[in-house]
Design a protein. Structure first.
Length: 408
């Protein structure tokens, strides 16, 4: 990230609080999301720093874990700790000797499966686990701690977010901090390099993927299905691989925080409900790059325009909830007859329905799915929202409000 433009992150209060309450904090998230920058900014004055991505450091940790921890006493940041998972059991040993001391070890990792397995086995009850995702629109706008609409005590006024053209330029570029902090950076080149680094480091580390070219085709195939019901049998057939292979590859994308998998809300309301999940890329810039989109106009007006906007809304909600230290309880709802709600957020025992529309001119008819959802589930459904790319705030009747994406 450009040194003179640090972008304040919504996770900062939760991260500070965790370091004051737990002996260890595990900060996970995709590569280049800003984990190291954030920890160094908040704890650089108090904690030493070691990266376990460096081969010699990794080798030293693996060869003599106790000696390595003696040489690197707490308080310390161990970056990319999934490269030395054997270290975790020895960290547990150290913590148990000084259980009352908080903030001893701050650990980061870009791979959820390997890291979380070690954390579950070694650091259960000793570590807070937080996630840092690419920048949300709220963080980019300088409002990292702002509540979501249904969490606010009063409506947010006076701000509609980015203008239409600027919004699509941002969605095309994405929310990775390096690209946001440095507008002059070549976006497509950065994204191509990111994907290549991701393939060579994270994918190879998690699974023995023999053909990275075929896996990259899988990435593009999933991107083309963003926001759609995901049929892995169709994906596998298109690529000429086994369904189990496609399923394993999808688990890699989820474990490395490249995608958010939205599962259906299955309430017993006497309706046949769709049970397949939907998949969304965590970053709209990576989605657009994989889809071969290079201009904001093409992204907005092309066949993936609706999927890109829906991805932006789903991931914005997920990023904001994750920044509070929460595990997002988010779903979609769809019946076999086609009635649907794009996003359902479970919040304080109620269900918040959200529809996403590509038109910047909201109309009451756009809330039809929300009205059906409320008719079927009754009082547990809270006020609903239609999110669009324009700048109009408008009550649509029946407790539904149209909001610009930038005002979410």
């Amino acid at each position: 990230m450009v040194a003179d433009r640090y972008i304040k992150r919504g996770l900062e209060p939760a991260l500070r609080r965790a370091a004051e309450e737990f002996p260890a904090v595990v900060l996970t998230g995709p590569r280049q999301a800003g984990k190291t920058t954030l920890l160094r900014r908040l704890f650089g004055h108090s904690h030493a720093y070691r990266s376990l991505e460096l081969p010699d450091v990794r080798a030293a940790a693996a060869a003599d874990p106790r000696g390595f921890l003696e040489d690197n006493p707490p308080p310390v940041v161990f970056d990319e700790v999934q490269h030395a998972p054997e270290l975790l059991v020895y960290i547990k040993e150290r913590i148990d000797l000084h259980r009352s001391e908080v903030g001893q070890y701050l650990l980061t990792g870009s791979q959820d499966l390997l890291l979380m397995e070690g954390v579950t086995e070694s650091l259960a009850g000793r570590a807070a686990v937080l996630r840092l995702l690419p920048l949300s629109l709220a963080e980019v706008a300088g409002h990292p701690g702002i509540a979501l609409p249904w969490e606010r005590k009063k409506a947010r006024t006076g701000e509609g977010g980015l203008a239409y053209g600027a919004l699509w330029s941002h969605l095309l570029r994405g929310g990775y901090p390096e690209l946001v902090a440095d507008p002059g950076r070549d976006g497509p080149l950065w994204q191509a390099s990111y994907i290549q680094t991701y393939l060579e480091r994270d994918v190879r580390a998690l699974r023995q993927v023999g053909d990275l070219t075929l896996f990259q085709s899988f990435l593009r195939t999933v991107a083309a299905r963003s926001g759609l019901l995901l049929n892995l049998s169709d994906v596998a057939r298109d690529l000429g691989v086994a369904v189990n292979t496609a399923r394993a590859w999808l688990s890699i994308l989820e474990a490395t925080f490249q995608v958010v998998i939205l599962r259906p809300y299955l309430a017993n309301v006497g309706k046949r409900l769709v049970k397949r999940p939907k998949v969304y890329f965590t970053d709209t810039g990576i989605l657009c790059h994989l889809a071969g989109l290079h201009s904001p106009d093409h992204a907005a007006a092309g066949p993936l325009g609706g999927a890109i906007l829906e991805t932006a809304v789903v991931t914005e909600v997920v990023k904001r909830l994750v920044a509070h230290g929460e595990q997002p309880r988010v779903y979609f709802w769809r019946t076999a007859t086609g009635a649907e709600v794009d996003l359902v957020v479970e919040s304080e025992g109620r269900l918040v329905p959200i529809e996403v529309k590509l038109s910047a001119t909201p109309r009451p008819a756009m809330a039809a799915g929300i009205f059906t959802f409320r008719d079927l589930l009754g009082e547990q459904v809270a006020a609903g929202y239609v999110i669009h790319p324009g700048d109009v705030r408008l009550p649509l009747g029946g407790g539904v409000t149209a909001l610009p994406l930038g005002a979410l």
